[in-house]
Structures are given as structure tokens and as C-alpha cells.
Design a protein around this ligand. Structure first.
Ligand code: SF4
Length: 231
């Protein structure tokens, strides 16, 4: 049996999926590279697209697209961006008719969580919030040895508890959960256990002011070592 080709959109020279053609013309999918998912996984694409036939999914996707469009403005000299992500969040939640929002935040971003919570409340939302250390469960409980803790070995260190954060927001039946600054892996668990719609307002990056892409933007200079091939 021949091995299935895996998609590699990052290496695409054609961007056939984003053609510059008139709305009534047909995209030339045959011009896409062989690793294009539209060529190597057409059945997956067809099945996924049929999900949008479900009225609630279609409406959600429509609202998201409307919001996307409203983040730009058309001026005589061209199109430009206008909405920062927090405003995008507020407007999208309003569009969806959400009343109750749930903030799952990292304790290291407690100030930011307070500010975001106040901002959202001032815009009329009810905001439930849960810190990552909720449950005050010791790290030893998940097999962390004393010398592996961030604090001194003989000090208490609560583990991050994203499963509990998710379950609390599930029980609260928030309309939308918002992740703020959870660590890698903890965010994965939160996403896995969260059963309400969720979005991310910021991801944790202790070094770059929570802007992980800064490392890419400086990968020709200060972070060249991260681009270098590992031997
Ligand atoms: S979907 Fe196909 S055409 Fe679009 S970027 Fe990926 S490989 Fe290229």
C-alpha cells in the first residue's frame, strides 16, 4: 500500500486556497502541490465542510467571520486593521449573545486577569474567574520530587490545576471560557477537559511578555540558536 502524503501547507508555493480571482471563478486546485490537503485529503475536507451544514455551527462560524471582517476598515487608501484582540473578544461575545464569561488564568498573570475581568464586567458581562492554583494540591501529588519544584525543596508548592479550572467553568456553565496565560501542557489539559466554548486571550511566555512570536521575529538575530539545526 502506498504511503499517504501528509499535508505541509508551510511549504506551499502556490496558496491555491487563497486565490486572487473573481467570486464566480473556480480556484485551480490542480495547480496546488501534491502535499496540499485539498489534493491528498479531499474526503476529510468534504466531511469537515459538511459540519457547517449544522445550523448552530453555521451560525457560529458566520459570527466569527463577521467579527473577522469587522477587525478591518476600508479607507480610501486601502484596508487596515483596527481591533486589538481584547476588543475582538468583547465584540464577538456580544454578537453571540454571551452573558457569562469564565476566565481561567495563571496566577502569574493575576494583575492582567483582574484588569481583563474589570474590562469585561464594565462591558456588561458577568465574569467567573479561576486561578491555576485552585485546589491547593501539592506538586508531590503528581510525582514531582522536592528538588524538581520551582520553590525550595522544603517549601509547599501548589501544582497548576487546569483540569479543575475547566471543571469549575463547566459547572458554572459559562457561555465562553477564556484562557489567560496558562503554561504549555497545562493549557493542553484545560482544552481537553473544557466542555464549554473556549478561546485564548493570551498564552504564557515568561521571557517575552507573553508574546512567543517575538522569538520568531528575532530568529535571525538574538534567537538564531533556536533556528539552528540540532545535530
Ligand atoms: S491548502 Fe494547499 S494551496 Fe493552501 S497553503 Fe496548503 S498546500 Fe497550499
Amino acid at each position: 500500500m502506498s504511503k499517504r502524503i501528509s499535508p505541509v501547507c508551510t511549504k506551499c508555493p502556490s496558496r491555491t486556497c487563497m486565490p486572487s480571482i473573481k467570486a464566480n471563478e473556480h480556484p485551480a486546485i490542480d495547480k496546488a502541490p501534491n502535499f496540499c490537503p485539498m489534493k491528498c485529503m479531499p474526503e476529510v475536507i468534504e466531511k469537515a465542510l459538511s459540519e457547517y451544514d449544522k445550523p448552530e455551527v453555521r451560525e457560529f462560524a458566520r459570527q466569527a467571520s463577521l467579527q473577522e471582517g469587522e477587525c478591518y476598515e476600508k479607507l480610501p487608501d486601502g484596508r487596515r486593521t483596527k481591533n486589538p484582540r481584547i476588543l475582538e473578544l468583547i465584540e464577538f461575545a456580544q454578537k453571540c449573545g454571551y452573558k457569562k464569561l469564565g476566565l481561567a488564568f495563571c496566577i502569574g498573570l493575576a494583575d492582567e486577569a483582574r484588569m481583563l475581568s474589570k474590562m469585561l464586567e464594565n462591558k456588561g458581562f458577568e465574569v467567573v474567574s479561576v486561578s491555576c492554583k485552585v485546589g491547593v494540591a501539592p506538586k508531590e501529588g503528581i510525582g514531582i520530587r522536592p528538588e524538581e519544584k520551582i520553590v525550595e525543596p522544603d517549601r509547599w508548592e501548589s501544582m497548576c490545576n487546569p483540569i479543575t479550572q475547566a471543571e469549575i467553568l463547566n459547572v458554572e456553565e459559562v457561555d465562553l471560557a477564556i484562557m489567560l496565560g496558562l503554561c504549555i501542557g497545562h493549557d493542553t489539559l484545560f482544552i481537553k477537559y473544557c466542555r464549554v466554548p473556549m478561546t485564548v486571550i493570551a498564552v504564557k511566555d515568561r521571557v517575552t511578555g507573553h508574546n512567543p512570536l517575538a522569538v520568531l521575529y528575532t530568529s535571525n538575530s538574538y534567537y538564531r540558536r533556536l533556528m539552528a539545526k540540532t545535530k
